[in-house]
Design a protein around this ligand. Structure first.
Ligand SMILES: O=C(O)c1ccccc1NCC(=O)[C@H](O)[C@H](O)COP(=O)(O)O
Length: 266
């Protein structure tokens, strides 16, 4: 059984529990939630989705003592375009409470980084103040993917549709996903290969699709590599969480971009 299978099995248990709980009040109601779809178009620098990640199955403990609110405010002040909060408890030591607290502290779009298999999870993400949720194509049948995509969209929640290979990218395009994340990490083997972004981004022909390169990005050179294709943003977790100079790291990662990719990257 792969780690993704184990995570999904755990989510099935959690979903049954969520269905027995009352839905918390929407804590982010007072905020005007900015959309990634608008803010990631036509920018002049690489957009950074900065992640709050205490630990992970592939790396173990990263920063168990992190204060998610302090970290999110730091990301915002350094120019993050959005914040990703890992809300899974069992495998990443995150929580929906983290997201709720971050929502109160920052005005940026917030991605609920979890493993969605049921609409009830989208309700809880929305109630905590998420503006965008993740749908991992590898973890969902076509029917489930469509159901969750339509449900989230109908709720006014944006969807980051995550792919790792050509077949998944075809499914995301056929679904009509407007924001596609190319995960450089294979969630079954943990292997990271930044060339996944280059290979899969070229399959996207709609210039309005927002493309995000996810995982394994550590340096300016890595951004230049994934930016050979026309991507709009990068999702960075571990490197930011381990950095002791986050402002300098943002300067390194926020490379000028133009339509068609980073100038001179090829
Ligand atoms: O990070 C993992 O080990 C992992 C394992 C299984 C499923 C998902 C996993 N990570 C979620 C992510 O997609 C990353 O947190 C995100 O892309 C940031 O990656 P990184 O910059 O490499 O921390």
């Amino acid at each position: 059984m792969t780690i993704l299978d184990k995570i999904i099995r755990q989510k099935e248990i959690e979903v049954e529990l969520l269905k027995k709980q009352p839905l918390p009040e929407f804590s982010g109601a007072a905020k005007s939630i900015k959309k990634i779809e608008h803010s990631f178009h036509n920018t002049q620098q690489m957009n950074v989705i900065a992640e709050i990640k205490r630990s992970s199955p592939s790396k173990g403990e990263i920063d168990m003592a992190v204060d998610p609110v302090k970290q999110a405010k730091l990301y915002e002040s350094c120019g993050a375009g959005a914040i990703s909060v890992l809300t899974d408890e069992t495998f990443f030591n995150g929580s929906m409470e983290d997201l709720r607290n971050v929502r109160k502290a920052v005005d940026l779009p917030i991605l609920c980084k979890d493993f969605m298999i049921d609409p009830i999870q989208i309700d809880h993400a929305k109630a905590a103040g998420a503006s965008i949720i993740l749908l991992i194509v590898a973890a969902l049948s076509d029917n489930k993917l469509q159901e969750l995509f339509e449900y989230a969209t109908h709720q006014g929640i944006e969807v980051l549709c995550e792919v790792h290979d050509a077949n998944e990218m075809t499914r995301a395009i056929e679904l009509g996903a407007t924001i596609i994340g190319i995960n450089n990490r294979n969630l079954k083997t943990f292997e990271v290969d930044l060339s996944a972004t280059e290979q899969l981004a070229s399959m996207v022909k709609n210039p309005d699709t927002i493309l995000i390169s996810e995982s394994g990005i550590k340096s300016r050179d890595d951004v230049i590599q994934v930016g050979k294709e026309d991507i709009n943003g990068i999702l960075v977790g571990e490197t930011l969480m381990r950095s002791n100079n986050i402002a300098a790291l943002f300067n390194e990662l926020k490379i000028p971009i133009t339509k068609g990719g980073i100038p001179n990257a090829r």
